[in-house]
Design a protein around this ligand. Structure first.
Ligand code: IPE
Ligand code: IPE
Ligand code: MG
Length: 231
């Protein structure tokens, strides 16, 4: 649980990207238009995060619970994910960044899974910036899976072995978790890793969450006092 090399800048920021549907509704557009706008904003924020010295940016793009949405909405989301990967991953990697995915990819259609795994496989191992996308992600599922892994390997069940066997095993815990879209809950996101994260809730709908909105969240983080249980 550390900060990045730059004073006051969180090392790991995680964003619950909520509000795409309401953004579209306000404009009398289909929900898919909101997801498209959200995906573009996600790309912009990853560039901003890298620029200001954040080392890890994790974005919640699709929860295990979201998999029960209509087939129509899910197919639109899968098409957007495939488009994102084919258009942006090379640029991300050429810029020295690494791509990571957390979640249970077996829950996704094979073509989506394949495109995602190819992007991850092409990522450098020693990147200065890691962009991590939570896809078909559920924290309870992750915790249950980590327990099975630890027991399966014959390891003692401790905080360390469980942490190491989460999807995020080799990443630091998030320092700052941002949720856009006005809801004040975690919706099954990084429940284990959030133990000492600073939480920041914004009413701004995700497609409108500008670079300046991210800067404001980081500035607020730098004003917080983290005690980790000490006095
Ligand atoms: C978040 O936006 C993106 C996903 C969950 C895929 P929503 O689709 O939940 O948007 P709202 O909450 O309906 O506005
Ligand atoms: C959380 O948003 C999941 C993502 C942003 C991917 P939801 O819109 O699914 O959350 P709830 O249903 O309002 O809790
Ligand atoms: Mg929502």
């Amino acid at each position: 649980m550390a900060e990045s090399g730059i004073k006051g800048i969180p090392r790991h920021v995680a964003i619950i990207m909520d509000g795409n549907g309401r953004w579209a509704k306000k404009r009398l557009l289909p929900r898919s238009a909101g997801h498209n706008a959200g995906m573009n904003r996600m790309i912009g924020l990853s560039e901003r995060a890298k620029q200001i010295g954040i080392k890890y940016l994790t974005v919640y793009a699709l929860s295990t619970e979201n998999l029960s949405r209509s087939q129509d909405e899910l197919e639109g989301l899968y098409a957007l994910i495939k488009k994102y990967f084919s258009k942006n991953v090379d640029r991300l990697i050429d810029g020295g960044a690494a791509l990571r995915i957390i979640g249970d990819l077996t829950l996704l259609p094979y073509d989506v899974r394949k495109v995602v795994e190819d992007g991850v496989a092409r990522s450098p191992k020693d990147a200065q910036f890691t962009f991590c996308i939570a896809l078909a992600y559920g924290a309870r599922r992750e915790i249950a899976e980590a327990c099975r892994e630890v027991v399966g390997k014959g390891l003692p069940v401790t905080e360390q072995t469980l942490s190491a066997n989460m999807y995020t095993g080799d990443m630091p815990d998030p320092d700052l978790i941002i949720r856009t879209g006005g809801e004040v809950r975690l919706s099954n996101f990084l429940l284990w890793q959030a133990a000492y994260a600073e939480l920041y809730f914004s009413d701004v709908l995700f497609p409108d969450f500008s670079d300046e909105c991210l800067d404001d969240a980081v500035a607020e983080f730098s004003r917080r006092t983290r005690r980790f249980g000490k006095v």
